[in-house]
Design a protein around this ligand. Structure first.
Ligand SMILES: C[S@@+](CC[C@H](N)C(=O)[O-])C[C@H]1O[C@@H](n2cnc3c(N)ncnc32)[C@H](O)[C@@H]1O
Length: 233
């Protein structure tokens, strides 16, 4: 089975030979792909939606994988017990929802060795939540699919983790800078363009609220341009 680049990039981050749970599996593409390529011995594919899980079960059966992929219906991590899996994947949801799932299933989340998270929005909020809740961001990736760049975060429990001194790193993944990620320049340029457009729009307004928002956006633009010019030449 072939999967699209976003899911493929998530799959590439799953450590070999580990038991995984894919929370919010929808069609079940990710566990199926990992099993078919022999990357993992078995998997739990879970979803809160009975309709999604039905689709996943049908595809799993069709691919003769029912003996190694178990489907479970339920909310977030409530379908797992602590220590049951090494790796938890939560992909294709908002960052705030992902953090709520981790918060509600705290014992289970903390018992896993690796969390692979792919927030569609709310990436900053998720990074902040992870670090404030003793998870270290071990790795981050960017992947382009259909002209959109997606962010992936790999987090591990770590009680010693420290908050970032520079706030901008809750938005701009530090791992992308460290490993000079080939998509970082394009990702930054998109963000910088968005901020410039926002500033232009705000500059046309006159009221005080707009002025405060304008200063905020200008400061953010300065930080983005600093990262762009200092770190990825
Ligand atoms: C957009 S799909 C993403 C599917 C797949 N993970 C991916 O990245 O392509 C989101 C899936 O998450 C499921 N979902 C949403 N909230 C959930 C929750 N609290 N617990 C489990 N699954 C949830 C939805 O039913 C849906 O199937």
């Amino acid at each position: 089975m072939n999967i699209r680049p976003r899911l493929r990039a998530i799959a590439d981050l799953v450590p070999h030979s580990q038991n995984i749970a894919d929370i919010g599996t929808d069609h079940g593409y990710l566990p199926l792909y990992l099993l078919q390529w022999g990357r993992i011995p078995n998997a739990i594919a879970a979803d809160v939606s009975a309709g999604s899980l039905k689709k996943a079960s049908a595809l799993i059966e069709q691919n003769n994988m029912s003996h190694v992929i178990e489907t479970r219906l339920g909310n977030g991590l409530s379908v797992l017990s602590a220590g049951e899996v090494d790796t938890i994947v939560i992909a294709g949801m908002g960052g705030v929802l992902i953090s709520e799932i981790l918060q509600q299933g705290e014992k289970v989340a903390r018992s896993a060795s690796t969390l692979i998270l792919q927030p569609m929005i709310g990436q900053e909020e998720l990074r902040r939540w992870l670090i404030q809740n003793q998870y270290r961001i071990q790795d981050e990736d960017l992947v382009k699919e259909s002209n959109r760049i997606y962010e992936i975060i790999v987090a591990v429990p770590d009680e010693e983790v420290k908050e970032y001194e520079n706030e901008i790193y809750y938005e701009i993944g530090l791992s992308w800078i460290t490993k000079k990620h080939p998509l970082l320049r394009e990702w930054l340029e998109k963000k910088i363009r968005g901020l410039k457009d926002l500033i232009k729009g705000l500059e046309k307004g006159q009221i005080d609220v707009v002025a405060a928002r304008l200063r905020e956006a200008q400061e953010k633009l300065r930080q983005y341009e600093e990262v762009d010019s200092c770190h990825i030449k």
